[in-house]
Design a protein around this ligand. Structure first.
Ligand SMILES: *[C@@H]1O[C@H](CO)[C@@H](O)[C@H](O)[C@H]1NC(C)=O
Ligand SMILES: *[C@@H]1O[C@H](CO)[C@@H](O)[C@H](O)[C@H]1NC(C)=O
Length: 280
């Protein structure tokens, strides 16, 4: 390759470089999943059993088995959860579990009313401030409820095992349908046990899951998310036939390069050095 061609290649790569810098902070949106983690009535806790430890020479090897209800802890609902012919986790396309995220903060409202249902006006208010929710987004609602997850009474308002007694804030059917029809979102996520109101007909589950839109429940730390500019991830294991599973949900915050960032100084220094070498 001639000297000049190499220079062209170098200058072009340096110019494109900023596109490829992924310098984002990571926010863990998952609760630990253990034997005492809150489960809805009738669902089995996580259990680790048959743990064996073998020593081979100086090497210690530990291995065990585990079981858990699919729909407990920070988890994803697969389409088959609400649709007989829906996709199970093993056939779920990975790209359905990754999306540009937006966070709608309704913690204040929920703290004042445990049966708060996010109204359409709240989403419209968010859009007036931040622009339209992008197509194929993950829309995450922060109710502030993840801070109550350690205590069943605080989380679902009852110690009883009767589903009829459960109370927590949720997303109105109107908002669910707006996000589905007008914004074509991929994922709806909440830091409560369900986006649908307790003891409702689960309108969001019924519309979303059979149409391959996913639901992520019992998220943690949703208050740490910015209103937009992050990527949401919630990929489960490809368990065969499974209707859901725990996920390690997390967000990567996008960083737009500021003119003072080190990366930009480094880049323009290299462009200058490269141009300088070219002169000689
Ligand atoms: C939820 O996230 C917070 C902040 O990262 C962490 O301190 C806490 O342990 C998490 N809760 C659980 C149950 O894992
Ligand atoms: C326990 O695990 C070992 C292998 O680690 C396996 O051979 C054995 O069948 C397991 N026992 C039970 C009861 O699952």
């Amino acid at each position: 390759m001639s000297h000049q061609v190499m220079h062209c290649v170098l200058l072009i790569s340096l110019t494109l470089w900023q596109t490829f810098i992924v310098s984002g902070k990571i926010i863990d949106l998952s609760h630990k999943h253990g034997p005492t983690t809150f489960m809805v009535p009738g669902f089995n806790h996580y259990k680790r059993s048959n743990v064996t430890v073998t020593n081979r020479g100086n090497v210690r090897i530990e291995a065990g088995d585990y079981s858990s209800a699919e729909h407990g802890g920070t988890h994803l609902d697969a389409p088959v959860h609400f649709s007989e012919n829906g996709v199970a986790l093993d056939d779920l396309p990975i790209e359905n579990t990754i999306a540009d995220g937006v966070m709608i903060d309704v913690a204040d409202e929920a703290s004042r009313n445990i049966e708060y249902k996010v109204p359409l006006s709240k989403v419209q208010e968010w859009e007036r401030k931040n622009g339209d929710i992008p197509q194929e987004a993950a829309v995450i609602f922060n109710f502030g409820w993840h801070k109550r997850f350690h205590d069943k009474k605080l989380y679902v308002n009852t110690e009883s095992n009767d589903w009829k007694d459960l109370k927590f804030p949720s997303v109105s059917e109107e908002v669910g349908m707006y996000l589905y029809e007008k914004r074509n979102i991929k994922i709806i996520g909440t830091d409560t046990m369900s986006p649908d109101p307790p003891n409702s007909g689960n309108p969001i589950h019924v519309r979303y899951l059979p149409n391959n839109k996913l639901i992520v429940e019992n998220l943690n730390a949703t208050d740490l998310l910015p209103p937009k500019n992050f990527r949401f991830h919630a990929a489960p294991v490809r368990y065969v036939g499974a209707s859901g599973a725990q996920v390690r949900a997390y967000a990567i915050i996008y960083e737009t390069q500021r003119s003072g960032s080190n990366a930009i100084y480094l880049k323009w220094s290299l462009v200058l050095i490269s141009a300088f070498i070219r002169v000689f």
